[in-house]
Design a protein around this ligand. Structure first.
Ligand code: PMP
Length: 468
């Protein structure tokens, strides 16, 4: 009977939380809460909704973690996974061994990627794809007899992943913990955001300052020592930071001038989030030497990352590889896992058939313009974003930025959104949104309405002194 069902659901809910508290160490766990039975357990999901272990429904405005693009429970994706698992679940991808899904996906990606980015090197996720891209840059210069050209330029506020090298490229100082980071050859340039709504300088002034910073850092390190520049077109986890117009092209020009490879981290921005399979060329007018992608490549159904590499780099690597050991010794057991690649092929086919990119091109600007209306609230410092990636920055009216009170205020907004059945991603004093690409106008309206109400409630708390 339904009553018994509820009792067993409740029991299961407690059991889940207890097991989680006793035995699981989450990625990016809050250690002060380790062992608390407080985890939110998402148990099922369908379309744009997820359900917790109490059965409560939420509209997932986070898209899992920027990755669920075609929504949950997509039968075609599930069938593609199952079919590949039945046919051939796995075999080694090393050396001269191939699989049908990996080869077919590589061909498709070469068609979709801009310019001469025709070579796909698969990995297991975004972090390993970033590591692999930097290692490719190292190999490229070392094979030319220039091993000293190995330094890497990243930026403050960047997020590139959590393996040793990718974590070292991250530029969020607040995330620097007791782990060790590569300091010898990694350098951080200024964070490149420009928000016209709050800026005190013109976009041109900001751009000049950023380019001066980059060029002086190149000169300080010595261009002959620098292998690559790694950059998200829009800094995602750093807070949806959008650089000023012309920044991407001008930084690419600097890279060309100094023979530095440009690696675009499109882990978030590729596969539809900005309305195109790849955003670099269309939105930012650049043809990078390598593009890194992950997340939306498989709609989050399987872990998969890829480095798309230019023919020019590959030709050089092949021509200059040492004769006695011409091996590109980088890759993982699960690089280009057949089930992940089969899922990605199905994902791309669905995206093309259902015109998902065109849908995002239409809905993205609507989402942002509706969301921007919330910036009239005194507790909203600014609203920014690009198509289906957006963020609301909260502000108590005192100092702006991630202060304790601003963070507490943003947490209130998040909490009220959650209570009203919409999940947004709390990060510092920001509420970050990246809904599945299949959201419709009603979903978008609901996200904005719920966010607006949450902002009003949080403002009331602030006015009543309940935040102190
Ligand atoms: N680059 C960017 C821009 C990301 O946002 C992320 C993950 N949020 C990564 C790299 C790392 O990807 P993963 O977590 O799949 O290793």
């Amino acid at each position: 009977a339904p009553e018994n069902q509820n009792i067993s659901d409740t029991r299961e809910h407690h059991q889940l939380r207890a097991a989680d508290a006793a035995n699981l160490l989450h990625p990016w766990a809050d250690l002060s809460a380790l062992g608390d039975e407080s985890a939110m357990v998402i148990k099922s999901a369908k379309g744009v909704h997820v359900y917790d272990s109490n059965g409560k429904q939420y509209l997932d405005a986070i898209g899992g973690m920027w990755c669920i693009t075609l929504g949950y429970g997509n039968e075609e994706l599930i069938e593609a996974m199952a079919q590949q698992a039945r046919e051939m679940v796995y075999y080694t991808p090393f050396g001269d061994m191939s699989s049908s899904p990996a080869a077919r996906l590589a061909k498709k990606l070469a068609e979709l990627a801009p310019g001469d980015l025709n070579r796909a090197h698969f990995t297991t996720c975004g972090s390993t794809a970033i590591d692999s891209a930097v290692r490719t840059a190292h190999y490229y210069f070392a094979a030319q007899g220039r091993p000293e050209k190995r330094h890497v330029l990243s930026r403050r506020n960047a997020y590139h992943g959590s393996t040793y090298l990718a974590a070292s490229l991250c530029g969020k100082l607040a995330d620097r913990t007791l782990f060790h980071y590569e300091a010898d050859f990694v350098h951080h340039l200024a964070s490149p955001e420009y928000d016209p709504d709050i800026a005190t300088e013109s976009a041109d002034e900001r751009l000049s300052a950023l380019l001066e910073d980059m060029e002086s850092e190149i000169n300080r390190i010595g261009a002959e020592n620098i292998a690559c520049f790694v950059a998200e077109p829009i800094l995602a986890s750093g807070g949806v930071l959008v650089p000023p117009e012309g920044y991407h092209k001008a930084t690419l020009d600097l890279c060309h001038k100094y023979d530095i490879l440009y690696i675009s981290d499109e882990v978030v921005t590729a596969f539809g989030r900005l309305g195109h399979f790849f955003a670099s060329e269309v939105h930012f007018d650049i043809l990078p030497d390598m593009i890194v992608a992950a997340k939306g490549i498989s709609s989050g159904y399987q872990p998969l990352g890829v480095v798309m590499i230019s023919d020019r780099i590959i030709d050089s690597i092949k021509a200059n590889a040492p004769e006695d050991n011409p091996v590109f010794s980088n890759g993982y057991t699960y690089s280009g896992h057949p089930v992940a690649c089969a899922t990605a092929i199905a994902n791309i086919n669905i995206m093309e058939r259902d015109n998902i990119c065109a849908h995002v091109q239409e809905l993205g600007p609507y989402f942002l313009s509706e969301l921007r209306k919330l910036s009239s609230s005194p507790i909203v410092y600014t609203v920014r974003g690009h198509h289906l990636m957006a963020c609301v920055e909260c502000w108590t009216g005192e100092e702006a930025g991630p202060t304790e009170r601003n963070i507490a205020l943003a947490q209130r907004v998040d909490q009220y959104c959650e209570e009203a059945g919409v999940l947004v991603r709390p990060y510092e004093n920001l509420c970050i949104m990246s809904p599945p690409l299949i959201v419709d106008r009603d979903d978008v309206d609901r996200i904005v309405t719920v966010m607006g109400d949450a902002i009003k409630r949080a403002q009331r708390d602030l006015d009543m002194g309940e935040l102190d």
